[in-house]
Design a protein around this ligand. Sequence first.
Ligand code: AMP
Ligand code: FE
Ligand code: FE
Ligand code: ZN
Length: 281
Amino acid sequence: MKFADLHLHTHFSDGTFSPEELAGHGRRLGFAALALTDHDSVEGCARMAEVCGAAGIEFISGTELTAEHNDTELHLLGYLVDTQNEKLLANLARFQAVRQNRIREMVAHLNELNVPLQVESVFALANCKSPGRPHVARALVKAGLCKSLDEAFERFLKKNRPAWVPKAKMSALEGIELIHQAGGLAVMAHPGLNRTDDVIPALVEAGLDGLECFHTKHSTATSGHYLEIAGKFHLLVTGGSDCHGFSKGKPLIGTVKLPYERVEKLKQAAASRRSSLVTRH
Ligand code: AMP
Ligand code: FE
Ligand code: FE
Ligand code: ZN
């Protein structure tokens, strides 16, 4: 049997692994295919494609967009996108700037709370264009201002805690369109975590291609529930570990093994979407 992990992060967003380390783990675990899905970024894809190639692993380009629909936050996985697509890159740059400004605001709140964290230390630690709260948490621990990442989130960074700042997000409809025009497929990430069942019909109407039915944090019952919804709406089925490296305890790569037939279906769907894009122009 061949397997894939279609949800992975590197240090190009809030993961700790380099593409080399991630591909190394993928090879050790015997994966036939891996997708890179860094938050609001495709920056790591070129290097990941290269190292996967050298390791004999098929690489699927991807990103994980932070989006919203009717005030519900959801994450959209964009698979097989053209990572050079200009409109995609322009929009990713826009949301990377949002992330960087949000870091500045969160650090300003911390400073008002007499927590002397320096914003430069967060940017130096993140060392990427798409920083997020995990980088602030790691910088707080590194500076000795919090004992653990959990403490940093519990005291300051969780939603509605004193240093939390809401994040401007693109609309899910805009996200789906952005992925499609870049030649990719739009898949709702970990629907069981965001409790997004209510918005699925509207997103299917807007062209949603698939559901991430298998995820580390989905129970067997939850996966079954989303497999049923995917069947009902004729959606593709994907799955992945959402591994962030060592940032949240033990690396998760290996905990979800998606049968390779699902990857074949994904590739077929992308090819037929692209050919219909071409004939429409
Ligand atoms: P951001 O995109 O900046 O809002 O950060 C979201 C990231 O923070 C995701 O990768 C989450 O898994 C992580 N995160 C959110 N809440 C917590 C928490 N309580 N403890 C640890 N990580 C968290
Ligand atoms: Fe993350
Ligand atoms: Fe996510
Ligand atoms: Zn993720």
